[in-house]
Design a protein around this ligand. Structure first.
Ligand code: UD1
Ligand code: CA
Length: 485
């Protein structure tokens, strides 16, 4: 905890968010890999506060569960009825007591607000010794409170849009709803807020006016980027915020040395990490705890969730979840990796291949049309086209082991549990139900028998029969032995 860390950050998240028209509480809607609440928590964490308080109300069970998930250290305060932002803060003080030092109040639905901006706000608040410092922005923010100043530009008060005069409505400086307070002064002033306004709510904005009226100093800080103070109230604003956050994330990675071929069709969660000189192709989405190694080429067309990709790997049209892909692996087009798929260094997995709970050893190849479930494939093994690791007997899942440098013939079914030894082969088209020892060839299929002239006898006057006849007479002119009809 640094010397400048505030006593507390309070995140207001009790509101209903009616305009989302959703069965999910507003602050649980997701963008860029976090819930709205998760973004507020992540920004607050950058202040390193001594305590974090989250106010919940509407659908409090779900919101509390998310709070516990994203901020297990936070105190959750319930505001049963949403009687205003001032009331919410009063509930916090009643629940946790007076917090002396700096108390930052922010919202659970402002995902673009940066930790950096909160640091600027608290830093300037402390340096100026203010009772309260208000984060504001210039621009056009319909519905927001206006910052009213006197003729000399000194702060007077915040007026809500619905309580504003036409002259006040013309003001272009807006209240973000985020503030740094002196905790002791806040505790006292919040009790003096009335409901004497058009909504009959306890407005937190009134605290600012009360503190100024008491003769304390009030300051403002303009947000670095006006858009930071935009809240999310409906799904249109959610989509806009997602786009804005994504642009910010892509810009960050491009400046860190990552090539992003088509920013318009690339989506990267805030929680993803990417190494230098990686190249992210169009139509690619990187989610959750995904980590991309330096120099890897991912995309076009990849969707990776909680997946690790090694250095210089090349992935084309790969869908992966909770998978690990080693250095220099080449994968796709159209590879599907499910949880616990592990493709080790220099391996190749190709087109239309699916993996689940399976390890592909270093340098092994699974090039075409294959399902690998519950298996270990040894280093350097080659799995022929159309191989199926039949792992499920209808009741239980079973494991298959393929040894190092083994060679599985095309269209083999490996009926688990079964082990193919190191350097063993299976013949194409085999249904392997028993172990094949190292160095053996496993053959498990019917031996071929050709019924001589069957088509000529049974499919007379068809094109097949005519073609066969022509071929047979050509062959007999060549001197080969062919029986006549
Ligand atoms: C508030 C500000 C306004 C500012 C705007 C910025 C007040 C009176 N007005 O207006 O000046 O420009 O935010 O978005 O503060 N909440 C609770 N409990 C409540 C009421 C609200 O937790 O009883 C939470 C909401 O969940 C939301 C936030 O506080 O996250 C803001 O509430 P909202 O009703 O959207 O405030 P506005 O009226 O928009
Ligand atoms: Ca709002």
């Amino acid at each position: 905890m640094s010397e400048t860390s505030p006593a507390a950050v309070v995140i207001l998240a009790a509101g209903e968010g009616k305009r989302m028209k959703s069965g999910t509480p507003k602050v649980l809607h997701r963008l860029s890999g976090r819930s709205l609440l998760g973004h507020a928590v992540a920004a607050s964490a950058e202040l390193d506060p001594k305590r974090l308080v989250i106010v919940v109300g509407h659908m409090k069970e779900q919101v509390s569960a998310e709070a516990a998930a994203v901020a297990p250290e936070a105190a959750v305060v319930v505001q049963d009825r949403q009687l205003g932002t001032g009331h919410a803060v009063r509930m916090v003080i009643e629940a946790v007591g007076v917090m002396s030092g700096t108390v930052v109040v922010t919202y659970g639905d402002m995902p673009l607000l940066r930790g950096e901006t909160l640091r600027e706000l608290t830093g300037r608040h402390v340096a100026a010794g203010n009772a309260v410092t208000v984060l504001t922005a210039r621009g056009d923010f319909p519905g927001f409170g206006r910052v009213v100043r006197d003729a000399d530009g000194a702060f007077l008060r915040i007026v809500e849009e619905r309580d504003a005069t036409p002259a006040e409505l013309a003001i272009d400086e807006f209240n973000s709803g985020c503030y740094a307070f002196d905790g002791a002064l806040l505790s006292d002033a919040v009790k003096r807020v009335t409901t004497d306004n058009s909504q009959h709510e306890e407005y937190l904005t009134d605290v600012v006016e009360i503190l100024r009226g008491d003769g304390h100093s009030v300051g403002t800080v303009l947000a670095t980027e006006a858009a930071e103070i935009k809240g999310v109230n409906d799904r249109v604003e959610l989509a806009r915020a997602r786009r804005a956050l994504n642009d910010r994330i892509l810009e960050y990675w491009m400046r860190a040395g990552v090539t992003i071929v088509d920013p318009a069709s690339t989506w990267i969660d805030a929680t993803v990490t990417i190494g230098q000189d990686a190249e992210i192709g169009p139509q690619t989405q990187l989610e959750g705890g995904t980590v991309i190694g330096a120099g890897a080429k991912v995309g076009p067309g990849c969707l990776l969730t909680d997946t690790t990709v090694g250095e210089d790997a090349v992935l084309l049209h790969v869908v992966a979840r909770q998978a690990t892909i080693g250095d220099r692996v080449t994968a796709g087009p159209f590879a599907y990796l499910r949880p616990e798929a592990r493709i080790e260094a220099d391996a190749h997995i190709g087109a239309y291949v699916e993996f689940k709970k399976a390890t592909v050893g270093p340098g092994a190849k699974v090039p075409h049309l294959t399902y690998v479930g519950d298996a270990n494939i040894g280093a350097g093994a080659n799995i022929g086209a159309g191989t199926i690791f039949a792992n499920y007997d209808g009741v239980h899942k079973h494991h298959t082991t393929v040894g190092e440098h083994a060679f599985i013939g095309s269209n083999t079914v490996l009926a688990a549990p079964v082990t193919i030894g190191d350097g063993a082969y299976t013949a194409a088209g085999s249904a392997i139900t028993e172990d094949v020892p190292p160095g053996d060839l496993g053959i498990a299929r019917g031996r071929q028998h050709n019924s001589d002239g069957w088509v000529l006898r049974n499919r007379e006057q068809t094109r097949s029969a005519d073609a066969a006849k022509r071929s047979r007479s050509d062959d007999s002119q060549d001197g080969s032995q062919v029986d006549s009809q």
